[in-house]
Design a protein around this ligand. Structure first.
Ligand code: NAP
Length: 252
């Protein structure tokens, strides 16, 4: 897809997991990829290096997307590159240790909502400013990474996280209608159980082993399988699709 040379794709939370796989696939398609990360600089630089080794172009930018000032600095770093931003993947997301709502503090709930909802909204806001045709932009495409949790609710594990992903689904639909006339498409993917580090953050690294019998396809997914659906929704192959959400969950 040579059309993407000279355009920037931002992937938030691209140092590991689904974000890293997405960054690699976008770089292979010719995008100059901004690999955002929060804390793990070494992991982010390893993703950038693997992209360079494969002949692609990428750069890493540290920013906590839950903090507005840091989001503004992230986008300022992208502006400094001097190429148009035409793709955003709102991938960064967090969850905390499995527990029932009765044991959750306000601090925990707010941290989840800040990162998963406010952070994604702020990144989308800054991307829309730059992509909007009425603002001199080239148009573009945004993919929000939600979760099957938004459909299933994650009882006894993290209803706070599930609720945050419900908000992501809803703003995907609303924003898609708001910016369609600006040449910007907004879609979502809802991963199911995917082999990444996030399950260890929930206190159960082997969570997929426990649950995979309940998945119709009888296995967990790979980050690159989610990345492929993200890249489809970002690409012109889905040029008449906006406000849609693809489940990438093996049938659950
Ligand atoms: P992961 O392996 O835990 O990686 C999380 C990534 O997000 C890391 O790159 C991390 O950066 C970054 N990050 C976390 N908080 C951030 C913040 N405030 N600002 C910027 N970056 C931040 O996660 P994953 O499993 O790939 O999940 C990616 C997305 O898919 C999330 O939105 C998650 O909710 C969703 N999802 C995952 C699954 C699954 O089964 N894995 C299922 C459904 C949905 P550092 O490396 O610097 O810490």
């Amino acid at each position: 897809m040579s059309h993407s040379y000279g355009e920037i794709a931002l992937v938030t939370g691209a140092s590991r997991g689904i974000g890293a796989a997405t960054a690699r696939q976008l770089a292979a398609q010719g995008y100059v990829v901004c690999v955002n990360y929060q804390a793990r600089k070494d992991a982010a630089l390893a993703v950038v290096q693997s992209i360079a080794d494969a002949g692609g172009r990428a750069f890493a930018v540290q920013a906590d997307i839950s903090q507005e000032e840091e989001v503004l600095q992230l986008f300022a770093s992208i502006d400094d590159v001097g190429l148009p931003l035409t793709r955003l993947v709102n991938n960064a997301g967090i969850l905390f240790k499995q527990s029932k709502l009765v044991d959750m503090t306000a601090d925990r709930i707010n941290r989840v909502l800040l990162a998963n909802v406010t952070g994604s909204l702020l990144c989308a806001r800054e991307a829309v400013k730059r992509m909007a045709r009425s603002n001199g932009g080239k148009g573009g495409s945004i993919v929000n990474v939600s979760s099957g949790a938004s459909r299933l609710g994650s009882p006894n594990e993290y209803v706070d996280y599930a609720a945050s992903k419900g908000a992501v689904d809803t703003f995907t639909i609303g924003l898609s209608k708001e910016v369609a006339g600006e040449g910007i498409r907004v879609n979502g993917v809802r991963p199911g159980l995917i082999h990444t580090d996030i399950h260890a953050d929930g206190g159960e690294p082997n969570r997929i082993d426990r649950l995979q019998d309940k998945i119709p396809m009888q296995r967990g997914g790979r980050p690159d399988e989610v990345a492929a659906s993200i890249c489809f929704l970002l690409s012109d192959a889905s040029s008449f699709t906006t406000g849609s959400i693809i489940d990438v969950s093996g049938g659950i």
